[in-house]
Design a protein around this ligand. Structure first.
Ligand code: AVJ
Length: 330
């Protein structure tokens, strides 16, 4: 039998993951204002809820990015001529198929690496890609795109991709060091395709994070269930309301959980016993929105330059094609 060509590795053991999560949660919940790292949304239920968000009529991001990618995939592959695709934060791994198909059409497709925080989604996506692209060698790495890039090895004939405007979850100050680290895994001639949600009408932005069906609210509250499951917390998700609004000054959506009453929350693994006032909020996510200029300003000193800025006709979303400066400068 032709064994499907895929393997999945985990960067860190479970105890180590729980210990670092406990430390991060402790630090965030003791800060003023309180916050939680948004990567902890994505257990199996959270990853599924995010997939459900992408199908909501208000959530224009995913369908706009997919439409744009379908239009430009062949052109990007013709420019970069990659043999290996590397996707950061791959999730269900649908968009990557558009690029893999373009690479296959160009006769270039050899390997693909997926990095994602959710082991189950990663294994499912890796298996499905290996099945659907015969001969493709798929490597799945369970990890986080901020901490675990070093597992990805050196570049060369590589196109890296970071879709969904997940880069918006980073504070703008974190973007240049992140891009510089990605640049360290690219060789001259390689490229990095980054999905970027754009500054737009406030009503449209706020609607995308307050869908009528309430899926985003459920996704937001899911982080509390993750605290319960992984850290032995006793959070009551029903005692928190969903808050999402656009902060114009910082050009970002902020998502928060608002305590609906005075309550106590215990998180044993994080050695926390908190009293939350009625109305007190915990920030669970920032989702920064960019313009071409504000995004380009984040590239300074990263070793990456903007090769091309692709956008949809309505200018809702952009795909920025970045490349190591040395490659552009010759
Ligand atoms: C996939 C992280 C980019 O910020 O729009 C969707 C996650 N949060 N609805 C985003 C999300 C609320 C999404 N990212």
């Amino acid at each position: 039998m032709s064994g499907a060509l895929y393997r999945v590795e985990t960067a860190r053991g479970n105890d180590e993951q729980v210990a670092s999560m406990a430390a991060e949660v402790r630090r965030g919940l003791l800060a003023t204002p309180r916050w939680l790292p948004s990567k902890y949304f994505y257990d199996d239920r959270g990853s599924r809820l995010f997939e459900e968000i992408t199908a909501q009529p208000e959530y224009y991001l995913t369908r706009t990015e997919e439409g744009l990618l379908a239009r430009i995939a062949d052109e990007v592959v013709a420019r970069v001529r990659p043999r290996e695709l590397l996707e950061l934060g791959s999730g269900a791994g649908r968009k990557i198929r558009l690029l893999l198909a373009a690479m296959a059409r160009a006769g270039l497709l050899r390997g693909c690496i997926l990095l994602d925080i959710n082991a189950r989604f990663l294994a499912d996506a890796s298996r499905a890609l290996a099945r659907d692209f015969p001969g493709l060698a798929v490597r799945g790495v369970v990890g986080d795109f901020l901490g675990d890039l070093d597992l990805l090895g050196p570049g060369g004939d590589r196109l890296a991709a970071f879709f969904a405007s997940t880069i918006g979850n980073l504070h703008p100050d974190e973007v240049p060091p992140f891009l510089a680290r990605v640049a360290g895994h690219l060789a001259p001639g390689d490229a990095f395709l980054v999905g970027v949600d754009l500054v737009k009408d406030v009503a449209r932005l706020e609607a995308a994070y307050n869908d009528r069906a309430g899926v985003t609210a459920e996704f937001n509250r899911n982080i509390l269930r993750v605290l319960n499951d992984r850290l032995g917390a006793d959070c009551d998700p029903g005692a928190f309301g969903h808050v999402a609004f656009y902060d114009r000054a910082h050009a970002r959506i902020e998502m928060r959980l608002r305590s609906l009453r005075l309550q106590r929350v215990r998180i044993p693994a994080a050695r926390l016993d908190l009293k939350l006032e009625a109305g007190e909020e915990i920030r669970t996510e920032i989702s920064c929105k960019y313009t071409r200029a504000s995004f380009a300003a984040r590239l300074t000193g990263t070793g990456l330059g903007l090769v091309h800025w692709y956008t949809d006709p309505e200018h809702l979303f952009a795909l920025a094609l970045l490349a190591p400066e040395s490659a552009r400068d010759g």
